[in-house]
Design a binder for this molecule. Sequence first.
Ligand code: HEM
Ligand SMILES: *[C@@H]1O[C@H](CO)[C@@H](O)[C@H](O)[C@H]1NC(C)=O
Ligand SMILES: CC(=O)N[C@H]1CO[C@H](CO)[C@@H](O)[C@@H]1O
Length: 313
Amino acid sequence: MEAKRIASLFLLLLIGMQMRGSNALSMNYYGMNCPFVEMIVRNVVNQALQKDPTLAAGLLRLHFHDCFVQGCDASILLDATDGTSEKDSPANGSVRGYEVIDQIKQLLEARCPGTVSCADVVALAARDAVFWAGGPYYGIMTGRRDGTRSRIEDTRALPPPTLNTTDLIDVFVNKRGFSVPELVALSGGHTIGSARCQSLKNRLDNADPTAEPNFLQALSRTCSAGDKTTVPFDRTSTTFDNNYFRALQNSQGVLTSDQTLYNSPQTRMIVDAYAMNQAMFFYNFQQGMLKMGQLDLKEGNQGEIRLNCHKVN
Ligand code: HEM
Ligand SMILES: *[C@@H]1O[C@H](CO)[C@@H](O)[C@H](O)[C@H]1NC(C)=O
Ligand SMILES: CC(=O)N[C@H]1CO[C@H](CO)[C@@H](O)[C@@H]1O
């Protein structure tokens, strides 16, 4: 009897160690030392989005660009005096929401100094922004640690908007371990926000045949105002819904990397499924976000809890 008890205790211990994994993220990581962290993040995000609903897209993109470069370590937030940090890269041009992260971090440092990482703030803010815009709510693990490296050349890891499905599958599936349905769902992040004309220039210059002609003409007209002019990704660009996929079905995707998902046999059926079934899109988006939020995390005690998100301690 006793031996059996000890064996099952041992088993529980093993499972516990397994669940903590190599990078020690967990649910409610700050439960003991900063119990109100999620409430503080949510309040600041909600207030900021009430003032400017378009910032939801900024906060979501911030998390994506953080995680795809050197892992989710807030490296995108670091400033360089000589213009050579990640945020100085053209790939990060138009990334928005930095001031919301700053405001959250300031409140957190007052409440529980030196406790909550900037990378966790970015992850939580993205989650809350998606929910605020009408998307799915999902619990996320915390305990990320902040990195100390932020180099402009590392942003090569970010996919350019000219990629076709084959290349997107290489970046997301072969290199990062996402499933193809997760790749399509994550691209559905473009259900909120907008792109600058410079990001879709390639389509106008070549009169992209995969774009619906009237739509392309409208884009050209809008973009005659200049490269910095913005174009919404879909009709409801502050609402997180599945209209993005309907737009793709109508050949009204904004970027090459959007429309290609409908025009390629590997992903067309998935676009159709999400256009028909929003719950399926939400579920796979959530799965993809959970995976994205754990890309290349710092092991053990590597990294730090940055006191000011703009600079290393
Ligand atoms: C699949 C590969 C992807 C490519 C090639 C791509 C590319 C782009 C580009 C070029 C822009 C417009 C930037 C500008 O011109 O201002 C953009 C915006 C955006 N991206 Fe992506 N993206 C990708 C995946 C993702 C993912 C995975 C997410 C998040 C889950 C995401 C979220 C966003 C959001 C929310 C915006 C709008 C930002 C705003 O309105 O400020 N993107 N993306
Ligand atoms: C995708 O683009 C690459 C170039 O980046 C090209 O070599 C490849 O043939 C394209 N694939 C398809 C299916 O168009
Ligand atoms: C926030 C920020 O620094 N963005 C920069 C991104 O890269 C472009 C192009 O190099 C800069 O002009 C932006 O200032």
